[in-house]
Design a protein around this ligand. Structure first.
Ligand code: BGC
Length: 540
């Protein structure tokens, strides 16, 4: 099929059919049109960057539905630290194969928003504070997915760097800062990988919602960068549908039966002359092309080896782990006696919360990995995963287990409550119970090795001095425990490097001062001084 064929199909559509096509038919499907001589297929989309979240039934939004099991790979925060494009491409490719096996034709990722501040609750889904790195890593992911003929959605475009009132916050950003920090990752991926879709974000940018922002959706994205794919709204991000059509926002998601949630707005605008059928045609022509090129793929025939994908997930976790400190305590030797302390060793925190949250095929915790390797250890919880407060009884048991051991492997970090899509962090400190635990253990054993799990930087200044080593495994995906075992015992060399700055203290960072603004606007007053650009300039 070529452009002429798509034009011919467009010419056959009624106005009502065109309006229907401007939004999806369910939460995840685009609107098919089937009658006499028209047969436009539907496109099925699913989240998301860490693995496939194909829901068993359509209808409902996000985490309310039960997903099909899939491989949970490490998130962008982890894979970015590998700085390894081949590895990220391999992850993308594996996700695409899983998408094909479940009839999904577009995977909603990658997220390439810049980590403006460690306080953003969704940072674990993003690659870096640096636009060049975010662009290169995101491009590798898109390449891996699209080479399998599965589509992607480059998100969330643009200046969506916080979760706090993300649906309506107005990001006030000057042109230089946009061009140097917030746009380049998108620009690079659009120009080099041609993602099938770009997802516009919920927020406003300099006064205008992205979903009806002609400047960024058409003048920049299409006219400057040459984008030929479609723009899809983040789920529920549509402000004014008719304005969106004029601005180049092709597809409203999710959708419903018929003309969807905002079809009336389109008819009203046609009636009062603020929108023309030609405006609609431009959008619908792109949607027809998209539907034919990305139609739901056949489920039959595509299968994958679950264990093979588990090994890719393990290698990605190993590649992204960063050895933050090592005074010679690592690697461990098999004959050393060890205490393993911390609930996170038993109940691995391997992914973040929100729309990227998936149902993994299996999860290997660190304790599972030790058991599989036949390694002896003494274990104590040390803390509970609920709340921050510590329990004296748990600390006492941990101290007892640590006494006299050659090494103490202490698993600490952020629990689910501290970070997620949907809200920001109120501080970047570690849970108090974890800090207390470090300090109590150091009183009885000098050989404490910390394994850190988190989706975004934490302050380490309060507790890092006395410990012998810190291995940051971030959120390692379903095989994170196995990867951690391999890294600690020297089967694999930890070779990741941070893709973001860990501030000694939150207030050292200028961006923290301007992060929480409000009530309806956030001014990016730190300008281009994001992450290391600030610390280097301020000599901090
Ligand atoms: C998220 C997107 C996601 C979409 C569909 C939105 O709330 O911001 O990243 O792709 O939901 O689940």
């Amino acid at each position: 099929m070529n452009d002429k064929d798509y034009q011919a199909i467009l010419a056959k559509l009624t106005l009502d059919e065109k309006v229907c096509m401007c939004s999806g038919s369910t939460t995840w499907l685009t609107q098919p049109i089937k009658r006499d001589d028209v047969d436009i297929p539907a496109v099925r989309m699913s989240d998301g960057p860490v693995g496939l979240r194909r829901e068993k039934m359509s209808g409902g939004v996000n985490i309310m539905q039960i997903p099909e099991p899939a491989t949970c790979f490490p998130g962008a925060v982890t894979t970015a630290s590998s700085w390894d494009e081949d590895l990220i491409e391999e992850v993308g490719h594996a996700i695409a194969v899983e998408a094909q096996s479940l009839g999904v034709s577009t995977v909603l990722g990658p997220g390439v928003n810049i980590k403006r501040s460690p306080l953003c609750g969704r940072n674990f889904e993003y690659f870096s504070e640096d636009p060049f790195l975010a662009g290169r890593m995101g491009a590798a992911w898109v390449h891996g997915v699209q080479k399998t003929n599965v589509g992607t959605s480059l998100k969330h475009y643009l200046a969506n760097n916080q979760e706090y009132i993300r649906m309506c916050i107005d990001s006030i950003v000057d042109e230089r800062t946009l061009r140097e920090i917030y746009m380049p990752a998108f620009e690079h991926i659009v120009k080099t990988e041609h993602p099938t879709t770009v997802m516009c974000s919920y927020n406003r940018l300099n006064g205008t919602y992205l979903s009806d922002n002609k400047r960024f959706l058409t003048d920049v994205l299409r006219d400057e960068w040459g984008y030929k794919g479609i723009v899809v709204s983040d789920w529920g991000a549509v402000n004014n549908r008719a304005e969106g059509i004029k601005a180049g926002m092709d597809l409203e998601m999710p959708g419903g039966k018929g003309i969807g949630f905002n079809g009336n707005n389109i008819y009203n605008a046609l009636e009062n002359g603020t929108l023309t059928e030609e405006d609609i045609d431009k959008v619908v022509l792109r949607l027809i092309k998209f539907a034919y090129e990305n139609k739901v793929r056949e489920v039959d025939g595509v299968t994958y080896d679950v264990e093979e994908h588990n090994q890719i997930a393990r290698r990605a976790a190993e590649g992204g782990a960063v050895l933050l400190k090592n005074d010679g305590a690592l690697p461990l030797k098999a004959n050393q006696s060890i205490a393993v302390i911390g609930k996170l060793a038993k109940k691995l925190r391997y992914q973040g919360g929100g729309s990227s949250h998936i149902l993994p095929h299996k999860v290997t915790s660190f304790l599972d990995a030790l058991d599989n390797a036949g390694q002896k250890y003494e274990y104590a919880d040390g803390y509970t995963l609920k709340g921050e407060g510590y329990k004296k009884s748990l600390i006492k048991k941990a101290v007892k287990a640590a006494k006299g051991k050659d090494a103490v492997l202490l698993f600490i970090g952020l629990t689910d409550a501290f970070e997620s899509e949907g809200y920001d962090r109120s501080h970047i400190k570690m849970p108090t119970s974890h800090v207390t635990l470090v300090n109590e253990l150091l009183k009885v054993n000098k050989n404490v090795i910390v394994v850190l799990s988190c989706g975004s930087p934490v302050e380490i200044g309060e507790w890092d001095k006395g410990v012998k080593a810190i291995l940051n495994v971030y959120l390692g995906g379903q095989a994170g425990g196995e990867a951690t075992y391999n890294l600690l015992y020297g089967k694999v060399n930890p070779s990741g490097k941070l893709a973001e700055t860990f501030p000694v203290c939150e207030n050292d960072y200028l961006g923290s001062k301007y992060f929480r603004m409000g009530p309806r606007t956030v001014e990016y007053r730190e300008s281009v001084y994001v992450g290391y650009r600030y610390y280097d300039s301020a000599k901090k």
